[in-house]
Write a protein that binds this ligand. Structure first.
Ligand SMILES: C[S@@+](CC[C@H](N)C(=O)[O-])C[C@H]1O[C@@H](n2cnc3c(N)ncnc32)[C@H](O)[C@@H]1O
Length: 410
């Protein structure tokens, strides 16, 4: 293979990376002989369409560590590409809608370039390329979404959420054996999830010969009224909406729901939803939290001398010294505490990323299944974490009597 000047070859790569309408993806990997390796083992580049507009996304991997940069097209994307090309990667692979370029840096620091026509059929270039997804459970072209006014990101969130619900449906249907299945969406807002979950659950329940009732609950009368009207117009049987607070929601007149959903219920409304689900004893609970101000405020109000983070003088204080780190740490701590409270009270809990962060940065999901009796062994973990950070999470306050009852058993 002929060799050419590396600077000129990298300039070709740069031009391809900065033509986002044509670019499909690119990968920089490998190292050059005799020089320090690049900062990352591998960087993947592709154009993405974010809510804020088209961006170039650079995902760097080093072992298990992954970091993502989304650079808006223009100067920022050009700077990110220049930084990438300045690193001593040994190989660059660039796919566009029409060609594949492979650049290998030889031992002598020259470029070996191979170009071929793109062989993949119907390759999708441009910022929409990231939309290539697995088959949806919720049909994105369902006219219902148009009527609801749900945008692409919301449709993807809702589809991903329902995908997490799907494996737990048999557990809910078992609990509902011999009667209708009952599902509630707490803090339903514009009810995209309520409609989508109802559509999907109705089909699933139908396979088992079960009927379904779904209720969306929200404090805002306007969104509830709108959703009621749209459900009526769509002729969706078994779907209704109720104005009310999550704290004392009673969507089935005293009967417990089998499925409790909460998508981005604001701040501590997620705790209210989890507490409500626990008091109902609902077998299947899925909650994707929103912002976490409660624990963040408590940490911000404490001082290092209080022993914040444990140890003498608060060895963990540097973790929360900077506001951005404090915010991120509080997210993690809040959800860890929520998971522990649910575990103590008899739920198996997984915390998963339910959708790519491109579609919402609030993409953690607590997926909980009631397994039976309480688990006192998790109390010590819960208490230690609370004491270490000097916080009293809302969920533990809401469920204090239930936690005390488990404590009495321990
Ligand atoms: C960020 S929106 C999310 C709406 C919807 N779940 C979604 O993801 O599109 C949060 C919703 O929760 C509702 N909400 C907040 N606190 C609530 C409470 N205590 N009881 C009932 N609804 C509440 C708000 O009115 C709002 O509609």
């Amino acid at each position: 293979m002929p060799v050419s000047d590396l600077t000129a070859a990298l300039a070709d790569v740069r031009a391809l990376l900065l033509a986002p309408d044509d670019l499909v993806r690119a990968v920089a990997a490998g190292r050059r002989r005799g020089v320090e390796p690049p900062a990352a083992e591998r960087v993947e580049v592709r154009p993405v369409a974010l809510r804020a507009g088209p961006h170039l996304q650079l995902v760097s991997r080093t072992g298990p560590v992954v970091s993502t940069v989304n650079a808006p097209l223009g100067e920022r994307a050009a700077a990110a590409v220049d930084d990438l090309l300045a690193q001593p990667f040994g190989n660059f692979h660039v796919e566009t809608s029409s060609q594949v370029l492979q650049l290998r840096v030889t031992k002598r620091g020259e470029a070996q370039v191979h170009r071929s026509a793109t062989s993949r059929r119907a390759v999708q270039a441009g910022p929409q390329a990231h939309d290539r997804t697995k088959q949806r459970l919720v049909d994105p072209d369902d006219p219902l979404f148009r009527v609801l006014g749900a945008g692409g990101d919301k449709r993807r969130q809702v589809d991903a959420f329902v995908r997490q619900l799907a494996p737990l449906a048999p557990r809910a249907l078992d609990a509902a054996a011999g009667r209708e299945l009952r599902a509630v969406d707490l803090g339903c807002g514009n009810a995209y999830l309520t409609f989508a979950a109802h559509r999907w659950l109705a089909g699933r329940a139908g396979e088992d010969g079960a009927a379904l009732r779904t209720v969306g609950v929200d404090v805002r009368p306007d969104v509830v009224e709108r959703s009621e009207r749209l459900a009526g117009e769509a002729g969706l049987a078994g779907l209704s909406f109720a104005v009310g607070s999550i704290v004392d929601a009673d969507p089935f007149d005293g009967a417990a729901p089998d499925v409790v959903l909460a998508l981005h219920a604001c701040d501590t409304a997620t705790d209210d939803a989890l507490a409500r689900a626990v008091r109902w004893g609902s077998p299947v609970v899925l909650a994707a939290p929103c912002c976490h101000r409660d624990v963040q405020r408590q940490i911000a109000g404490a001082r290092a001398g209080d022993g914040l983070g444990g140890g003498r003088g608060g060895a963990g204080e540097p973790l929360v010294r900077h506001p951005i780190l404090r915010e991120r740490f509080a997210d993690v701590l809040t959800d860890a505490l929520r998971a522990l409270v649910l575990q103590v009270l008899g739920y198996r809990v997984e915390v998963v990323e339910f959708v790519d962060s491109r579609h919402t940065p609030r993409n953690a999901l607590l997926r909980a299944v009631r397994t039976g009796g309480p688990r006192p062994e998790h109390l010590a973990e819960l208490d230690a974490l609370r004491a270490q950070w000097g916080v009293e999470p809302v969920l533990a306050r809401r469920l204090a009597p239930q936690l005390d009852a488990v404590r009495a058993l321990a």
